[in-house]
Design a protein around this ligand. Structure first.
Ligand SMILES: Cc1cc2nc3c(=O)[nH]c(=O)nc-3n(C[C@H](O)[C@H](O)[C@H](O)COP(=O)(O)OP(=O)(O)OC[C@H]3O[C@@H](n4cnc5c(N)ncnc54)[C@H](O)[C@@H]3O)c2cc1C
Length: 472
C-alpha cells in the first residue's frame, strides 16, 4: 500500500514525527538503516552482565516539554526519575559541591549556593560575571543569535569574566551542554543556555529508569503500528525520487522504490550527503555540522560504592570523564550491586587508547569520588565509542541550522534542525513535531503539535529589551 508519508530514520526525531502523523490518521512508513531503533539515543542488553545499557548515559531536563509530552502519549512518562532534592553534585578537587535550586525568583535562586561555592571560587571571580549576566538577561533570542560569529571564550572575556571563572565554570558548561571546548563553541549557543539558566528557578534533571529504547523507541513503534503505520529495520534509503519539481518518494538500498506525497528526512547531518546531490543547498549546509565524539564507559562492581546517583567533574582536557551515573540506584531492574556509567566528551583526545586503558582511567576517576571503587572487584566493563553524539556547536553553526521545509514534498527533522534548542533529545523531539505539523498543513490540516522552547521567567523577563511579552 502506498504510504501517505515516508520517514527516513527511526531516531527520536523520526519516531516523534511518525507518532504524531500516525495519530492524525496518516499512513506512515518508517525506514531505518540500522537493525534497531533509537539512533543516538538507544539501549541494548549487555551480553555479559544482562543489564540494560544505553549507547551512553542520557539525562532529561524538566523543561523538555515536547519529550515529556511524547512520553505521556506513549505511557512511559513515569519511567523517568526526577532528581528534585538537588540539581547536581560537582566533585571538585576532593570536595563535593551540592547545587540546589528553588527558593528565590530566578536568577536570585543561585544565591543559596554561595556558601558551597565560595571555598572553591573567590567572590571576585564570581562577581566578574555580573556584566555578562546583566547583558544576557536583557537580550532577546535574535540578539543572542548575533553572537554566533564569535567563540564562547572570546565573548566571556569581552564581558569581563575572569580567566579563573571561565576555566572553572564556563569550560565545563560548554563541554557538558554543547560538547565543545569553550574556546571553540559558539557564543550564541552558550549564551542561550545562560539565558535559560538565569530564567528558571525550578530546573531538575531526570534519569531514565529503563533503557532508552524501552523509554521511547519500542513504545513509539508499538504506537505507530497500532495506528496502522509500519517501521522497517535494516532498510536504508539510498536516494530520493523526484518528479515535476517535487520529491515523490524514496529508493531503498535493495533498489525498491516507494512513492509517497510527503517524505520526512530524519537522519543525522553526516548522513545527508548520501541522500542528496552535492550541490543541493541542504547537503552544503549539512557539511558544516561536524561531529563531536563521545566515549561512554560502563563498569560493573561487586558491591555498592556510593549512594549518589549522579555526579559531575569540572572539565579538564587531561582528565577523561565528566559525568557519572550510578545506574544501580536509578534503574530498579539493574541486577548488579554497582553499575557506573560515564561519558568522555570531546573524546578525540583519548581515541587512540585501548579499551583497557580507558577502563583503568575511568575506574581511577570513579574512585576519586567513591573510594570503594578501588577496593571493589570490577566484574565487567564495556566501552562504547560513539563517532557523533551531537554536532559540534562551533561558531557559525547556530545560525546555519536548517528549517523544517526543504523543498516541495520534503521536510527535515533531527536535533540539528533550527528548533530554538541546543542539540539534544528535546530538540530532536520538537523537530519531529514541527515536521509533522508541516506535513499535515500541506494536507490542509492545521494543528499545533510542537510546544515552544521554555520561556525564561523570573526577574529577567522584566529586563528584556522587548518587555515581558517578548519571546525568548
Ligand atoms: C553518549 C551520548 C550522550 C548524550 N547525552 C544526552 C543527554 O544527556 N541529553 C540529551 O538531551 N541528549 C543527549 N544526547 C544527544 C541525543 O542522543 C541526540 O540529540 C538525539 O538522539 C538525536 O536524535 P535524532 O533523531 O535527531 O538523530 P539520530 O538518533 O542520529 O537518528 C537518525 C537515524 O537515522 C538513521 N539513518 C541514517 N541514514 C539513514 C538512511 N539513509 N536510511 C534510513 N535510516 C537512516 C540512523 O541509523 C538513525 O537511527 C547524547 C548522545 C549520545 C550519543
Amino acid at each position: 500500500m502506498r504510504p501517505d508519508v515516508v520517514i527516513i530514520g527511526a531516531g527520536i526525531a523520526g519516531l516523534s514525527s511518525a507518532v504524531w502523523l500516525a495519530e492524525a490518521g496518516l499512513k506512515v512508513s518508517v525506514f531505518e538503516a540500522s537493525d534497531v531503533p533509537g539512533g543516538r539515543a538507544r539501549s541494548w542488553v549487555d551480553p555479559v552482565m544482562a543489564d540494560s545499557v544505553d549507547i551512553g548515559p542520557h539525562i532529561l531536563i524538566n523543561k523538555y516539554a515536547n519529550m515529556c509530552a511524547l512520553l505521556e502519549r506513549l505511557g512511559t512518562a513515569d519511567q523517568v526519575l526526577w532528581q528534585t532534592e538537588e540539581l547536581l553534585v560537582v566533585f571538585d578537587r576532593g570536595r563535593s559541591i551540592r547545587f540546589k535550586v528553588g527558593g528565590l525568583p530566578a536568577p536570585l535562586h543561585y544565591l543559596r549556593n554561595l556558601p558551597r561555592i565560595l571555598p572553591s571560587v573567590p567572590l571576585r571571580h564570581l562577581l566578574s560575571n555580573t556584566r555578562l549576566a546583566w547583558n544576557t538577561l536583557r537580550s532577546s533570542a535574535p540578539e543572542l543569535m548575533r553572537l554566533d560569529d564569535r567563540s564562547g571564550r572570546e565573548h566571556l572575556e569581552r564581558c569581563g569574566v575572569s580567566d579563573f571563572f571561565i576555566d572553572w565554570f564556563w569550560a565545563s558548561a560548554a563541554i557538558a551542554m554543547l560538547a565543545v571546548p569553550v574556546e571553540r563553541c559558539s557564543a550564541a549557543s552558550l549564551m542561550r543556555l545562560l539565558g535559560q539558566a538565569l530564567g528558571h528557578n525550578d530546573i531538575a534533571f531526570g534519569m531514565p529508569k529503563v533503557g532508552l529504547s524501552d523509554l521511547y523507541a519500542w513504545p513509539a513503534i508499538d504506537f505507530i503500528r497500532r495506528h496502522g503505520g509500519d517501521v522497517q529495520f535494516g532498510c536504508a534509503v539510498d536516494g530520493l525520487l523526484r518528479g515535476q519539481g517535487r520529491i515523490t518518494g524514496v529508493r531503498l538500498n535493495d533498489g525498491a522504490e516507494v512513492e509517497a506525497p510527503a517524505v520526512v528526512l530524519a537522519v543525522q547531518p553526516t548522513a545527508i550527503a548520501a541522500l542528496l546531490p552535492e550541490t543541493h543547498a541542504l547537503a552544503q549546509t549539512a557539511r558544516r555540522f561536524q561531529p563531536s565524539p563521545y566515549i561512554s564507559c560502563y563498569l560493573w562492581f561487586d558491591r555498592p560504592i556510593t549512594t549518589t546517583r549522579f555526579w559531575a567533574r569540572p572539565w579538564c582536557p587531561e582528565r577523561f570523564n565528566t559525568d557519572f551515573y550510578n545506574l544501580s540506584n536509578i534503574r530498579p531492574a539493574t541486577r548488579s550491586a554497582a553499575l557506573i556509567a560515564s561519558n568522555i566528551i570531546w573524546s578525540q583526545r583519548v581515541e587512540h587508547l585501548s579499551d583497557a586503558a580507558i577502563i583503568e582511567a575511568t575506574r581511577r576517576e570513579i574512585a576519586e569520588f567513591a573510594p570503594q571503587a578501588q577496593r571493589a572487584v570490577l566484574l565487567s566493563a564495556s566501552v562504547h565509542r560513539i563517532p557523533m553524539a551531537i554536532a559540534a556547536a562551533f561558531p557559525g553553526t547556530e545560525t546555519a541550522r536548517p528549517r523544517t521545509a526543504v523543498e516541495p514534498g520534503l521536510w527535515l527533522a533531527g536535533d540539528w534542525v533550527d528548533s530554538g534548542l541546543p542539540y539534544c533529545m528535546e530538540s530532536a523531539t520538537r523537530s519531529g513535531a514541527l515536521a509533522a505539523e508541516a506535513v499535515l498543513a500541506a494536507c490542509g490540516v492545521h494543528r499545533a503539535l510542537a510546544l515552544p522552547p521554555p520561556k525564561p521567567g523570573g526577574l529577567g523577563r522584566w529586563l528584556r529589551s522587548g518587555g515581558p511579552g517578548e519571546d525568548f
